[in-house]
Design a protein around this ligand. Structure first.
Ligand code: AMP
Length: 424
């Protein structure tokens, strides 16, 4: 199947040819004809499957004749969870639309709202926005009457970030006759519920098995003590000569700490997390993309939408607290059919997190030990010691204990476990 066969117009065909796209990906083959046929869509597609082009190309084709209308109304809105992803989507759209007169812009927080309003007044066809900032524009009088296409990208992530209310509100304010396209990397109950609220007779597209990681990615976990993780990371980067690597931490604090440690090891590092300004994040990302930074340390939310071509290695310095984030993280490598490797550094506190992830992805992550970094057998989870102490007490004190405490048998919660917040 070729892009020509999908019925795309010449300006789009020549733009994607220049980008080196030879054949449509699975999601593109399925979604492009459906979007053109005005169907609502519910697609589960992982990052790296080419999902942006799957909605952007047919939207551009649909808008080719409706641009530059006198009323200067917006015709399509794409909601995305983060500033970075919004910017990435807009860059993709600009690349695809380079031979067309369709105009797009990004509306995200952290930027002056008045300058965004001035841009909108000039006449914009496609808006890519984070839900919060888009609501602000609506409250400031932005007209939605021209909108015929509404895209909710990375819906699962937006719901995790607490944007459910905004998405539904925006949807209710749209003109009755519009088409909605919902994309989600995972297929959770929350996403299903949202799909029922905002989609009308949708076509379902499932291009990957539920919550599975991409086939082309080799996954491995190295067991190591918490205190030696940074050392092991620096050793792996050096000894295996990783040209570029994206490293995930669970919190902003550990990202900061790791950044300092790696710099001490003489590695050229960048860091992206929720406390960094937008300008700073973009600068770091550019440096990484240009190869001036070898190691990019990032938290989950800040890393959404990072599209770095041919990224061969992703390292989970700490496992994510939400198992679905593992799928998103490793989706940064092995993109568009390329081979990638995802390495997790696993300490004893993450024993249960890895099981949750394995359950979600339906596969075992092989656990290995790097020579010289063998975990110290004397280091045990504090709560495990407490647990075994409790059960020993129970044996000794058996006659005095009426009922064993249920608490003693409950799954211990990792000390570091916490909910990811919007600010990450
Ligand atoms: P996405 O899943 O939209 O984040 O896309 C992942 C990467 O695949 C991006 O770098 C796209 O430019 C690239 N891509 C999208 N479609 C194709 C295609 N048909 N052939 C080759 N690369 C593609």
């Amino acid at each position: 199947m070729s892009f020509e066969k999908l019925g795309l117009i010449k300006p789009l065909l020549s733009a994607i040819k220049e980008l080196g796209y030879e054949h449509p990906t699975a999601i593109q083959k399925r979604a492009i004809p459906l979007v053109m046929a005005k169907s609502d869509i519910f697609a589960t597609a992982q990052t790296g499957t080419g999902k942006t082009a799957a909605f952007a190309l047919p939207i551009l084709q649909k808008l080719r004749n409706t641009t530059a209308d006198e009323n200067r109304l917006i015709k399509a809105v794409i909601l995305s969870p983060t500033r970075e992803l919004s910017i990435q989507i807009e860059q993709d759209i600009q690349n695809y639309a380079k031979n067309m007169s369709v105009k797009s812009t990004v509306l995200v927080g952290g930027k002056d709202i008045l300058s965004q309003q001035r841009i909108l007044k000039k006449g914009i066809d496609i808006v890519i926005a984070t839900p919060g900032r888009f609501m602000e524009h609506i409250e400031n009088g932005l007209k939605l009457t021209g909108i015929s296409i509404f895209v909710v990208d990375e819906a699962d992530r937006m719901l995790d970030m607490g944007f459910s209310k905004e998405i539904r509100k925006i949807h209710l304010l749209l003109p009755k006759r519009h088409q909605t396209l919902l994309f989600s990397a995972t297929y959770s109950d929350k996403v299903r519920k949202l799909s029922k609220q905002i989609l009308a007779k949708p076509a379902f597209i499932e291009t990957a098995k539920k919550n599975t990681t991409v086939d082309t990615i080799n996954q491995v976990a190295y067991m190591v003590d918490t205190a030696r993780k940074a050392e092991l990371l620096a050793y792996l980067i050096g000894s295996r000569n990783f040209p570029q690597v994206l490293v995930f931490t669970r919190t902003k604090v550990s990202a900061d700490e790791l950044f300092v440690e790696l710099q001490k090891d003489g590695l050229k590092c960048g860091i992206i997390h929720g406390d960094k300004t937008q300008a700073n994040r973009l600068k770091t990302l550019t440096q990484f993309k240009e190869g001036r930074v070898r190691v990019l340390v990032a938290t989950d939310i800040a890393s959404r939408g990072l599209d770095i071509e041919e990224l061969p290695f992703v390292i989970n310095y700490e496992l994510p607290s939400i198992p679905e984030d593992y799928v998103h993280r490793v989706g940064r490598t092995g993109r568009a059919g390329r081979n990638g490797e995802a390495i997790s550094l696993l300490d004893i506190y993450e024993k249960y997190d890895v099981r949750d992830i394995e359950r979600l992805i339906g596969q075992k992550i092989p656990q290995e030990v790097v020579e010289g970094f063998e975990p110290d057998p004397n280091i045990r989870r504090k709560d495990e010691d407490e647990l075994s102490l409790k059960s020993e007490h129970k044996k000794v004190d058996a006659p005095r204990v009426a009922k064993p405490s249920r608490k003693a048998f409950m799954k211990p919660v990792s000390r570091k476990k916490r909910k990811t917040t919007k600010r990450d």
